[in-house]
Design a protein around this ligand. Structure first.
Ligand SMILES: [Zn+2]
Length: 413
């Protein structure tokens, strides 16, 4: 039986969200949380963007150290051979890539202004895939941007060409959120059968169907004889109306009527880490979690009506598909959100800082070590423009050299 794998794209599509962004430490923490949860892959950034280079390198170092393991870290770039060259020049250790190009007539005509034909698109993808392979890429996803508005025969041709030249997956991008569960199921099943390669589902929520489309598409891939990969973001954050929410996708596969016990996730997920992960992303992006968000919204387990409340008390299964404890909720609030540390005025003194860290059972060998960590905390504070949470402080204390890299923003030669 084929499986469903999760590729979270919070650190790529999530940070492309208008008016939002993350510090490099926050992006790193997101990778750490995704890894703890058991997520298969994190699309962790943009290897051709120079200010990402040190962050990407530092995270690959964490992977080599065994810290960011077993999660796969993959970069997103345009399907242009020159961009592949740049990516490997700036981030030589990158091993997993998604290469993206528009495939719909609408975009070929309007984005490329009639200067590119379908055969140009195929050639650009092939050249990019071959360049990535020659640089030692271990896995390559070929992204068809605007796939849901692309002629199916061209999409099949695109997938077959990419596969023939060494791609491992075809990413079906419903870039505008145009699909519905019925259309995406049929299209993806046809693609899986005709291309013979695992399919990635990349769905947006413009019509409110990103999660439903993702799992319907995954079913299409599996029924077509291939593994499915679903692109998610934490709390569904992403361009415009957002992407498929990570937790809702996992819950849909694990708990829904048609999927539970029938379809399997490629890696076991630690659901009890999802609360912490959602809370951190909300804090880092500065975007509150809607009160009715599946699993992690304030009201997700609130039962107001007398009949429901009574029913839940008799047996939670009367009105709940899953329990709040499964998701790691229910601890005291100060633990849930993480303690906030302002390294500005309040802890500018070294003894105050050592006291705070001591409460988290972090001790320093001498005062110069404490000073060094405090300095890194101050810089991280400045970059994030908000107080740090406990996990960030622990990270800085544990990996000061990596933190230095994350904080370094210097134009590379
Ligand atoms: Zn997207």
């Amino acid at each position: 039986m084929n499986k469903v794998y999760i590729i979270d794209v919070t650190n790529r599509d999530g940070v492309q969200t208008a008016k939002l962004g993350l510090s490099k430490l926050e992006k790193t923490m997101i990778n750490m949380y995704l890894n703890e949860m058991g997520i298969f892959q994190s699309e962790f950034g943009f290897p051709t963007t120079r200010h990402e280079s040190l962050y990407l390198q530092a995270n690959l170092e964490l992977a080599e150290m065994g810290v960011l393991q077993p999660i796969r870290l993959s970069g997103w770039i345009r399907a242009i051979a020159g961009d592949v060259e740049t990516a490997f020049k700036l981030v030589p250790n990158i091993r997993h890539l998604n290469l993206s190009i528009s495939t719909s007539e609408q975009m070929i005509q309007s984005k490329f202004r009639g200067e590119r034909t379908r055969s140009d698109i195929l050639k650009m993808m092939v050249d990019a895939v071959e360049a990535a392979r020659s640089h030692g890429a271990e896995s390559i996803g070929a992204n068809a941007e605007d796939a849901s508005r692309t002629d199916i025969n061209f999409l099949i041709e695109f997938g077959l060409k990419a596969k023939e030249h060494g791609a491992d997956r075809l990413r079906y991008c419903d870039t505008l959120g145009y699909d519905d569960p019925f259309t995406i199921y049929e299209t993806v099943k046809t693609l899986a059968e005709n291309v013979g390669m695992p399919i990635e589902l990349h769905c947006h929520s413009d019509l409110g169907m990103a999660v439903a489309n993702s799992i319907a598409g995954a079913k299409g891939a599996i029924d077509g004889g291939q593994d499915a990969y679903i692109n998610t973001t934490i709390n569904g954050i992403g361009e415009r109306a957002g992407n498929a929410d990570l937790l809702a996708v996992i819950l849909a596969i694990a708990k829904s009527k048609g999927f539970a016990k029938k379809y399997r996730l490629g890696r076991p997920i630690k659901l009890n880490k999802s609360w912490k992960t959602a809370k951190f992303a909300s804090y880092a992006f500065g975007v509150p979690i809607p009160i009715n968000q599946p699993g992690v919204g304030a009201n997700a387990f609130a039962h107001a009506s007398g009949i429901h409340a009574d029913g839940v008390l008799k047996d939670p299964r009367n009105y709940e598909l899953y329990s709040h404890t499964e998701l790691g909720r229910g601890e005291p609030e100060f633990v849930e959100t993480g303690r906030e540390i302002c390294a500005g005025e309040a802890y500018s003194g070294i003894s105050g800082f050592r006291h705070v860290m001591g409460k988290m059972e972090v001790t320093f060998t001498d005062s110069s070590e404490a000073e060094e960590i405090l300095e890194l905390v101050r810089y991280s504070n400045v970059e994030a423009q908000k107080p740090l949470v406990e996990d960030e402080l622990l990270f800085i204390a544990k990996y000061p050299q990596i933190t230095k890299k994350l904080l370094t923003l210097k134009p590379l030669e």
